[in-house]
Design a protein around this ligand. Structure first.
Ligand SMILES: [Zn+2]
Length: 297
């Protein structure tokens, strides 16, 4: 595995307040989608969303996490990616029955895939139990342009984004004009123009340093410390138990009577949680439902 994979690697222009961030996920991405039974097109779409979510998560300045949720009435029903402030990433996708997402396999376009819908970006401060949410309409031309719109509206931060994914690799390039500083309009224009020449194949094939060298070899950029990204699912038996307790004893007993056991699979990592009669009895033994810290979603 190349040394710069599974990291967000930031760069700063020396003579302008422009930040460049490159992420190339390999092992983290392969682990994220290995338990999902998705078509090639849906997998690539999830990969682009995962790369974008990892880039977004680097902007969290507190203990918390970011949720990116695309919901639409088109063939691509749901894309959901979550990333913690420590860059622990997970995600899932749902596609309408028999939908063909082969359109999404090669390029970042939502044309014909997402109908009416929106992307909700929620940043949770878990220590203070606060949430901030921005809702962005789905820009049909691409997932990347939907995120650019979000940054423009919610963060007032001019941002450009390029995303690419296949089954092995999920990559993203983000450039942002940072507030303050003495960035000239022509510097920002030039940074964008150069970035626009990146291809999906280059994003998938080159590491961060090669991407930046390829685009900005005539510019003066400083590399900052990369931040590792890993696959991380926070599901746990106690949170599954809390959901079952929430369902109620009668419902759980019905499932047991019908199926002999209760089986719950995590939508994100595929982990299987099994409850037999003894486990189920223990769930309701003291008569008071317990709330775990997290809900399984
Ligand atoms: Zn899980």
């Amino acid at each position: 595995m190349p040394a710069m994979d599974d990291q967000v690697v930031p760069y700063l222009f020396e003579h302008a307040s422009i930040r460049v961030q490159v992420v190339r996920l390999t092992r983290a991405w392969q682990m994220l989608h290995r338990s999902h039974d998705l078509s090639t097109g849906a997998t690539h779409m999830l990969g682009r969303c995962a790369a974008a979510t990892a880039l977004l998560a680097t902007t969290i300045k507190f203990e918390g996490r970011i949720n990116v949720q695309l919901q639409s009435d088109g063939p691509l029903r749901l894309l959901l990616c979550q990333c913690t402030h420590e860059l622990g990433l997970r995600g899932m996708a749902r596609v309408a029955d028999a939908a063909d997402l082969s359109e999404a396999a090669g390029r970042d376009s939502l044309q014909g895939l997402a109908g009416k819908g929106h992307i909700a970006i929620t940043i949770e401060n878990t220590r203070e139990d606060k949430r901030y949410q921005g809702i962005t309409p789905i820009m049909n031309d691409s997932l990347a342009s939907s995120f650019e719109y979000y940054f423009d509206q919610s963060e007032q931060l001019p941002t450009r984004l390029w995303l690419a994914a296949d089954a092995q690799t999920a990559s993203g390039l983000m450039i942002q004009r940072m507030p303050g500083g003495d960035t000239r309009e022509e510097d920002w224009e030039r940074a964008q123009r150069l970035a626009e020449t990146i291809t999906a194949d280059e994003l998938l094939g080159l590491d961060a340093q090669e991407v930046v060298r390829r685009l900005y070899h005539e510019e003066d950029l400083r590399r900052l410390d990369g931040r590792p990204v890993r696959f991380y699912c926070r599901c746990a038996r106690h949170s599954v138990s809390a959901v079952l307790q929430g369902l109620g004893e009668a419902e759980v007993q019905d499932i047991l009577a019908e199926q002999g056991r209760v089986k719950v699979n995590c939508d994100f990592c595929g982990e299987e949680y099994l409850y037999d009669h003894v486990d189920a009895a223990a769930l309701f033994a003291d008569g008071t439902p317990q709330q775990g810290p997290d809900r399984v979603q």
